[in-house]
Design a protein around this ligand. Structure first.
Ligand code: CAA
Ligand code: NAI
Length: 714
């Protein structure tokens, strides 16, 4: 094999009678400018070469083409550009109508435009570990290069619509069974692809656009589309792209290929210029941006975490032990007495059994995970582990006592982490002789489910420990976000004002259900009042009592939740909080609460008024934004996007709104600032605008611009 012709993003070479085009655009071979052109140039070169009888298109490095270059999306202001030249669609038409057979050889991932390219080729082979998919909906768009038209022709309507509307990739095996891939190559991919290509020499290329046998008919397709629309409405509430993707696939079943492509283009355009798409692209890059910590380079030495221990087998400790065991890390789990340990283990076993019942993994896999968790009542073995996570009750004295003990038993070089949700990490670290090894790991409940991990940096925490936790979070399937050491850190600190406003709105006249409904309609996974019932109203109540904040008369305080707690109504766990709960934890309206609300309104002299859904959203969401701006200015979050990622992954904030800070940018900071000023006039100092928000609003800037400045100075 030789004949390297020109160094570019796509390198042509030859192996006897087969031409090879290798895409080399690290890290993921995205279709950046130059790649489509390189493919066309290579094809033109091979078309003239009579010695070349077939072509293999393959990716260099770790993957086949992983899709369009998402960075380019933001630069597109109109699709007029697309119509000027042949565009990417034209490139794929050229590939499909090529006179010699073209085989796509897939390893890694063929996603989005990558799969569209592969489908425009005449045949596809893949290694067993490869994955293919149309994940565009996750970016708020739909396939825009005939993916919705070619995929159902290869895989059938049901599979095609599922892949385009849900966006999840499928395995090579599944792709083979569905007809997307023609052969699995067990050994060397290129050799396998060359051999396959040779079997097609002399045959007329099979064009996907001509394959109509799997397109079904109106009668068979109607229930498929109805089911897909219903599933998308439930799973992707308020999102436009999944519905548009379904419309586009439906067009494939009703219109000739070129007409269907036109319909796809219209739907693609609507999605591409939507706020939802811009927000989801912000989230895609944000998910990756949070891993970049100024001052901590990627190659800093990390501490291998091969064995771990958890102190406390309660709600959080049990979940954290599962997270570690799931990642293959053996973990000691310590409790104070046998009964608590048994309870903790029983919960873990029940959670794993549920996963087995749901088919997420096998009984054998569950047994392996359970075997990694070793229950104990002593510190025996703690001297050998690389990381210890403390998850005992929230109380400074207890946490300091535990860290004092850990300091004695842990080996030098072990990471000592606290899963506190509010307490000062530096004070906890002061109970040890090695504060540089101490860090906060704030998991979210249920720890084995929620994706967010706030990593709390103490003033002495070493860079190595931070780098290790950031990398470990990925291994644990979490998105780790580094935060500073302030009360409540980032997420809970912002959640305070958000829930405070929800309560004020009820005091002022809004119905409990109306507050929850407005935020649910906005896109939150759950309304703020119902969330309080879920998490336990007593948690905040105890903290407020500990900090002596109840009945502080210098600022307006929410009253209702403290009263509910005084009545023993802690939320779901006591069968009653803001709502009443049946044995299945289904909420119903409770007239008792109405009485309490009336009483409190009378006490504070509030005449109930009509409150619109718009005001409910502004009061609660702008409270998040204002506190977020303070956190940002004080340096407790590195970037606005870090706050967004925290809220999306830990608090059920809708990703299609990009997170609270991005959402504020979308509304316009000037408008948000002015509304907050109005709230300040009406409700007092709790609403004083954050200085950073004021500055950005006055300068006509955005949080995104603030972030760019941070990145430039890092
Ligand atoms: N465009 C631009 N940059 C991309 C990219 C893309 N399509 N995919 C990944 N990257 C970047 C990431 O931002 C990251 O950059 P940094 O290192 O600077 O942070 C780098 O490539 C590596 O990515 P990951 O960290 O995500 O690497 P991974 O190995 O964990 O995952 C992957 C690889 C599965 C390909 C994952 O990156 C991914 O899912 N990418 C997006 C794929 C996608 O959505 N494709 C469809 C695009 S839309 C489309 O194609 C529209 C169309 O129809 C024309
Ligand atoms: P929990 O009450 O469910 O569990 C605490 C466990 O610690 C109990 O089982 C108790 O027996 C055990 N324990 C107490 N002292 C111990 C000791 N000396 N040695 C070993 N075990 C001991 O509490 P939960 O909810 O798990 O909270 C634990 C920590 O996680 C707290 O700091 C809390 O603030 C934090 N957190 C809680 C979240 C939640 O939603 N529950 C979310 C995030 C953080």
């Amino acid at each position: 094999m030789s004949d390297q012709v020109q160094p570019s993003l796509v390198q042509p070479s030859k192996d006897g009678d087969v031409g090879i085009l290798t895409v080399n655009n690290p890290p993921v071979n995205a279709l950046s400018p130059g790649v489509p052109e390189g493919i066309i140039a290579g094809l033109e070169q091979f078309e003239k070469d009579d010695a070349v009888k077939a072509i293999v298109l393959i990716g260099g490095g770790r993957t086949f083409i992983a899709g369009a270059d998402i960075k380019e999306f933001g630069k597109i202001t109109s699709l007029g550009d697309r119509r000027k030249g042949p565009g990417f669609l034209g490139v794929l038409d050229r590939v499909e109508s090529y006179p010699k057979p073209i085989v796509a050889a897939i390893h890694g991932t063929a996603l989005g435009g990558g799969l569209e390219t592969a489908m425009a080729c005449h045949y596809r082979v893949a290694v067993p570990s490869a994955q293919v998919g149309q994940p565009e909906v996750k970016l708020g768009i739909i396939p825009g290069a005939a993916g919705t038209q070619r995929l159902p022709r290869l895989a059938g309507v049901a599979k095609g619509v599922e892949m385009c509307a849900a966006g999840d990739p499928i395995s090579a095996k599944d792709a083979l069974e569905s007809g997307i891939v023609d052969q699995i190559v067990e050994g060397d991919l290129l050799q396998g692809a060359l051999a396959f290509a040779r079997t097609k020499i002399g045959t007329s290329p099979r064009r996907t656009r001509d394959l109509n046998s799997k397109l079904g008919n109106e009668q068979t397709n109607a229930p498929i589309f109805a089911f897909a629309r219903d599933a998308a409405r439930k799973k992707a509430r308020n999102l436009m792209a999944p519905q548009a993707a379904i419309d586009a696939v439906e067009a494939a079943t009703k219109l000739p290929f070129d007409e269907g492509v036109k319909r796809e283009a219209e739907l693609f355009q609507d999605c591409l210029f939507s706020d939802q798409s811009k927000a989801l692209i912000h989230v895609f890059f944000g998910d990756r941006e949070v891993a970049k910590i100024p001052g901590i380079s990627k190659d800093i030495a990390q501490i291998p975490v091969n064995q771990a221990a958890v102190v406390g087998a309660g709600t959080m400790g049990g979940g954290i032990a599962m997270v570690l065991a799931n990642a293959g890390i053996p973990v000691l789990l310590k409790e104070t007495d046998q009964a608590a340990l048994d309870r903790g283990l029983a919960t873990i076993r029940k959670n794993y059994s549920n996963s087995v019942k749901k088919g997420r993994f096998s009984q054998e896999e569950m047994d392996k995970r359970m075997a990694r968790i070793r229950p104990t009542l002593t510190y025996d073995g703690f001297g050998e582990v690389d990381m210890i996570v403390e998850a005992v009750f929230e109380g400074m004295a207890l946490k300091k006592q535990i860290f004092g003990e850990l300091d004695k038993v842990a080996k030098q070089g072990a990471i000592l982490a606290s899963n506190t949700s509010t307490l000062n990490i530096d004070e906890i670290a002061s109970a040890t002789s090695r504060p540089e090894w101490v860090i906060g790991t704030h998991f979210f409940s249920p720890a084995n489910v929620m994706r967010l991990l706030e990593i709390v940096r103490g003033k002495a925490t070493s860079k190595e420990v931070i780098a290790t936790l950031m990398a470990l979070s990925k291994k644990l399937g979490k998105v780790g976000v580094l935060v500073g050491n302030c009360r409540g850190f980032v997420g809970n600190r912002m959640f305070g004002p958000y829930r405070r406003e929800a309560q004020f709105l009820v005091e002022e006249g809004a119905a409990v259900e109306a507050v929850d409904q407005a935020l649910y309609d906005y896109g939150m996974a759950m309304g703020p009042v119902a969330t309080g019932d879920l998490a336990g109203l007593d948690v905040g109540w105890r903290i407020r009592k500990e900090y002596g904040e109840i009945r502080d008369t210098s600022v307006r305080q929410p009253i209702l939740e403290d009263r509910l707690c005084e009545m023993g109504r802690y939320g779901q766990k006591t069968g009653a909080g803001w709502y009443k709960y049946d044995e299945n934890r289904r909420p119903t309206h409770d007239p008792e609460v109405d009485k309490l609300i009336e009483q409190v309104r009378a006490e504070i002299g509030r005449t109930p008024r009509e409150i619109s859904a718009e005001e409910i959203v502004e009061r609660t969401i702008y409270a998040l934004v204002n506190e977020g701006a303070r956190i940002l200015e004080d340096g407790y979050a590195l970037r606005a996007v870090d706050i967004d990622i925290i809220y999306i992954n830990g608090y059920g904030f809708p990703a299609y709104r990009g997170g609270p800070m991005w959402y504020a940018d979308t509304v316009g900071l000037k408008k948000v600032y002015e509304r907050i000023r109005e709230f300040e006039k009406e409700h007092g100092a709790l609403w004083t605008p954050a200085p950073l928000l004021q500055r950005l609003a006055e300068e006509g800037k955005t949080f995104a611009e603030f972030d760019r400045k941070v990145a430039a100075t890092a």
